[in-house]
Design a protein around this ligand. Structure first.
Ligand code: BES
Ligand code: ZN
Ligand code: ZN
Length: 494
């Protein structure tokens, strides 16, 4: 989709459809257009056909009285309750409306309605995010009736003389971030037969064409010698494992490292998952995909520190060469792990990723992983648990997530929980003692903590990486949760 900022009064823009926001009991903002339309807007409000309630819509044919052929009124709800997230949702809603009308082009002035404590730049960015994320569709594999698939080709954003430059800039940043998120969705939605560790490595190579990004990929032989966790999980699969290390601004001293779980398919291994729980397990590289999305936009964020992205990636399969319950692994840190359950494989590959992160002497390490089904039990699909050993780091992640509406909720990591992952015969065990399921999110984090000596935070996207239904700007299946969050976090990182 092309985007265009247009310097025009709403009534003068030559467009198929113009989207306008209307607050409940507020017609001041649209007075001018209303009088040009012989009060048809205020009349619909008077007749209670449209009252500006949040998510209400009303279509008006303008009959040549103003330049736009049609006007879509969108209810913004109560002025004091309106915020950037509501704007994202309404942007998606109106874009989908335009698409369903089979329009190829439409225009919006939704961002001009004022939101308390926000700048016009933030509103334009939110408009772009909602629009591009809301229009996402994954139809790469469709071959039948493809001519019936609807696409918007051109989106016009209105601006005025005083805001033109900043509008253009905000359009660009919203677009970059939303497209990165859609790229993550594509990777996660892609079938595991295609999105293999080798495929993720080839994507990393593409990204590393940027002159400020270096890339190192550890191959199977070296992985076998160094990264026992990753090697052991991957050895049941016909796909070769990879340890991918992306390195942005490699010459800067201050360093922050991200680690992303890249299980391209999680069958559970010999502790095979039941079919119902296996279907969506192509999503188990969601953390890795977020890092690829992040690195694809990093050069545009203008950061003056080093950012490293570590992606341990392999496939978890049952076979004659697969790891067994009871096996003991020596990891990169030399610590040993007793495998109790082969389905708790994410933490095994992350153990190597986290210890490798320490070697860069970073000021912070953040891992992101579809680590537990328990994350869905605690928070459902609307927020991700965050756990860490450094409160300042956790707080700044939570703050970034509040801004982008990729919400994080902190869980504790008290000593009693760490006791649960101690093994009788090795250093740690890969699921907690007793039933194995109590406090699943926390004990998984307790395991990870044993493999980091840095300021560290862990984000469990087991619940937020995949959405079983479609709402607002989130389509069903892959969500791309995490990219905008990390970009926002980095922008503010000191
Ligand atoms: N990849 C799964 C976690 C998962 C489940 C992510 C559902 C997204 C949706 C992970 O490897 C796993 O299987 N974890 C187990 C851990 C258990 C064996 C302690 C789980 O959550 O059941
Ligand atoms: Zn698993
Ligand atoms: Zn997994």
């Amino acid at each position: 989709m092309k985007t265009n900022t247009i310097l025009s009064e709403p009534e003068n823009i030559d467009t198929n459809l113009l989207v306008l926001g209307v607050f409940e009991k507020e017609t001041r903002d649209i007075k001018n257009i209303d009088s040009l339309l012989n009060n048809s807007i205020s009349n619909t409000i008077k007749s209670k056909e449209f009252e500006g309630e949040f998510k209400q819509d009303h279509l008006i044919t303008t009959l040549g009285k103003i330049k736009p052929k049609k006007l879509l009124l969108i209810g913004l709800g109560k002025k004091k309750e309106y915020d950037l997230e509501k704007l994202r949702k309404l942007a998606a809603m109106s874009a989908k409306y335009a698409k369903s009308m089979n329009l190829k082009e439409f225009s919006s002035n939704l961002h001009s309605s004022v939101i308390k404590n926000t700048t016009s730049k933030e509103r334009v960015q939110a408009l772009m995010e909602g629009t591009i994320l809301g229009l996402y569709q994954f139809n790469k594999y469709k071959t039948v009736d493809t001519d019936k698939i609807k696409y918007i080709e051109l989106f016009n954003i209105l601006t005025d003389k005083n805001h033109q430059k900043e509008t253009e800039k905000a359009v660009e940043s919203g677009k970059i971030l939303a497209e990165a998120q859609n790229y993550v969705r594509d990777l996660v939605n892609g079938p595991a037969s295609e999105i293999t560790p080798t495929y993720l490595a080839s994507e990393a190579k593409e990204i590393a064409k940027n002159p400020n990004i270096n890339l190192k990929i550890y191959e199977k032989d070296e992985i076998k010698k160094k990264f026992g966790g990753l090697y052991t999980v991957g050895k049941g699969s016909a796909e070769n494992p990879k340890m991918i290390v992306l390195d942005y601004n490699p010459n800067k001293k201050k360093t922050i490292v991200f680690v992303g779980k890249g299980i391209t398919f999680d069958s559970g291994g010999l502790n095979l998952k039941p079919g119902k729980y296996m279907y969506s397990m192509k999503e188990d590289m969601g953390g890795a995909a977020v890092l690829l999305g992040l690195f694809s936009v990093l050069p545009k964020l203008d950061l003056n520190f080093r950012v490293i992205g570590i992606i341990p990636t392999c496939e978890n399969m049952p076979s004659g060469t697969a790891m067994r319950p009871g096996d003991i692994i020596t990891t990169f840190s030399k610590k040993t792990i007793e495998v109790i359950d082969t389905d708790a494989e994410g933490r095994l590959i992350l153990s190597d990723g986290l210890s490798l992160a320490d070697t860069f002497k970073p000021s912070a390490v953040i891992d992101i992983a579809t680590l537990t089904g328990a994350s869905i039990v605690v928070l459902g699909y609307y927020a991700a648990p965050v756990i860490g050993n450094n409160q300042k780091l956790v707080d700044s992640l939570i703050r970034a997530g509040t801004k982008t509406n990729e919400r994080l909720w902190q869980l504790p990591l008290w000593d009693e929980y760490k006791e649960l992952i101690k093994s009788d015969i090795a250093d740690v065990r890969n699921i907690s003692k007793y039933e194995g399921y109590e406090a699943g999110v926390i004990t998984a984090a307790g395991f990870l903590e044993a493999f980091t000596e840095s300021n560290w935070a862990h984000i469990d996207i087991g619940g937020t990486s995949w959405f079983p239904r479609s709402e607002d700007y989130t389509p069903s299946n892959a969500t791309g949760f995490g990219v905008r969050l990390f970009a926002e976090f980095l922008k503010n990182y000191k």
